[in-house]
Ligand binder design. Structure first.
Ligand SMILES: Cc1cc2nc3c(=O)[nH]c(=O)nc-3n(C[C@H](O)[C@H](O)[C@H](O)COP(=O)(O)OP(=O)(O)OC[C@H]3O[C@@H](n4cnc5c(N)ncnc54)[C@H](O)[C@@H]3O)c2cc1C
Ligand code: SF4
Ligand code: SF4
Ligand code: SF4
Length: 373
């Protein structure tokens, strides 16, 4: 099998599929890793896919020149966003200045990239999606708009921004924002989780992965667990057990960044709890373009201690470590075992604790009724 980058090391950024002139590349999602497989019958050995691949050629990284914490000045944007709302406020200001924004939305069961040139369009992007998104087609589209002298902003995961940098090259009107990234699982893991509740990605309209610092999965109909217990998709995501193989070697999990502006959560913030509950964003700015994005947006910003921010956000130091339970997780997943059974086998203590907490939570109304009578 001939692959574009190292076997099992593909990030799924899709840039090679955008550049291949012969449509000879298929991305194979094997749950625990992705591979970009070349059809040797179609391939003409032009080498474009290797040149574009950010796993093979990492673009230049830059240290931040400015760091701030804060939130969107518009309280509605802050409230609706996962963190402090910097992403939405900045992208709204960008479309209002005549630009086009590309980012990730959940559409027809897929986490895909679309473009927006209006406020309503940008609002479709709101919210962190803790899953590997699919930027197929986006690089080609961005280049096409830049060639038409449009101003473009791409907001995505660091590996996706790196791929876009390789694809587009240096361009005065191309702005980039990356998110601090913990790692991403294949969306098929999420599908398996949903199936256990008789849902599928295509049967739901909306999905929420987090409300401020409360991490948990819900769709437009239900929340997947009781409020005192974390659902098993979120638990496995936060324990870094479910990511594709390449994420444990991620080259972008460091303070030097690939984008003009990096956004994340200001986990180590010294601001009062009342502000933390509403969400506080962290911004690391690497370039003049990044400064411009901040300047044209209505944000509340304060200086933040960079050392402290890095200390509390370890993806700014190194990639997530691979837990020893990961092998068991994927072996059972591939064997078609139920998500809850896999969690029971990988984290037995946690599973028992959660089961007890769930029973106690469900019994509470009866206790309350009893006490009142
Ligand atoms: C997989 C993942 C892992 C993360 N890990 C960390 C971490 O370890 N530490 C940390 O500080 N922050 C992390 N973040 C960032 C954090 O969750 C918030 O997205 C960020 O703080 C911006 O919040 P916000 O309130 O400004 O905007 P939000 O309302 O969260 O908007 C987020 C923007 O990011 C885009 N986006 C969301 N999910 C994806 C995705 N899967 N792929 C591409 N683009 C996406 C949306 O389209 C939108 O434009 C992670 C985000 C993701 C998606
Ligand atoms: S070498 Fe060229 S033709 Fe072959 S897969 Fe790569 S991009 Fe496509
Ligand atoms: S360009 Fe992206 S999708 Fe293609 S092989 Fe490299 S990492 Fe994988
Ligand atoms: S951890 Fe790195 S490789 Fe994995 S999704 Fe995040 S940026 Fe991409």
């Amino acid at each position: 099998m001939k692959t574009v980058c190292e076997l099992n090391g593909c990030a799924g950024c899709m840039a090679c599929t955008d550049i291949c002139p012969k449509n000879a590349i298929t991305i194979k999602d094997s749950l625990r890793f992705y591979n970009a497989i070349i059809d040797e019958q179609k391939c003409i050995n032009c080498n474009l896919c290797h040149k574009i691949c950010q796993e093979c050629h990492m673009p230049d990284l830059k240290y931040p020149i400015l760091w701030r914490e804060g939130w969107a000045a518009n309280p509605e944007i802050r409230m609706k966003s996962s963190s402090g709302g910097f992403a939405t406020a900045i992208t709204l200001a960008f479309v209002n200045s005549g630009g086009i924004v590309y980012s990730c939305s959940f559409i027809n069961g897929q986490f895909i990239f679309t473009s927006a040139n209006s406020e309503d369009g940008v609002k479709k992007f709101i919210g962190s999606k803790y899953v590997k998104s699919n930027p197929k087609g986006v690089y080609k589209n961005i280049l096409m708009n830049l060639e038409k002298n449009k101003k473009v902003l791409l907001l995505g995961l660091p590996c996706q921004i790196a791929a876009a940098k390789n694809y587009v090259g240096d361009h005065e009107e191309f702005y980039t924002i990356d998110l601090i990234c913990h790692g991403t699982p294949s969306p098929r893991i999420l599908e398996k989780f949903l199936n256990e509740y008789r849902y599928s990605l295509t049967s739901i309209k909306d999905i929420t992965f987090r409300v401020k610092d409360c991490f948990g999965l819900s769709n437009e109909k239900i929340s997947f667990t009781v409020p005192t217990v974390q659902d098993y998709y979120t638990m496995t995501f936060l324990n870094s057990i479910s990511y594709t193989e390449n994420c444990y070697e991620c080259k972008y999990a460091r303070l030097e960044r690939v984008s003009d502006l990096t956004l994340g959560d200001s986990w180590g913030s010294k601001l009062p709890k009342s502000e933390k509950n509403k969400g506080i964003s962290l911004a690391l700015c690497q370039t003049e373009k990044g400064l411009r994005l901040l300047k044209q947006t209505n944000l509340y910003m304060e200086e933040v201690n960079l050392e402290n921010a890095v200390k509390y956000n370890y993806q700014l130091q190194r990639p997530s470590a691979k837990p020893i339970q990961r092998e068991k997780f994927f072996t059972m997943m591939e064997a078609g075992k139920k998500f809850s059974r896999i969690v029971w086998r990988c984290y037995p203590n946690r599973y028992i604790k959660n089961s007890i907490k769930t029973i106690l939570y469900k019994l509470k109304p009866f206790r309350d009724v009893g006490g009142g009578g």
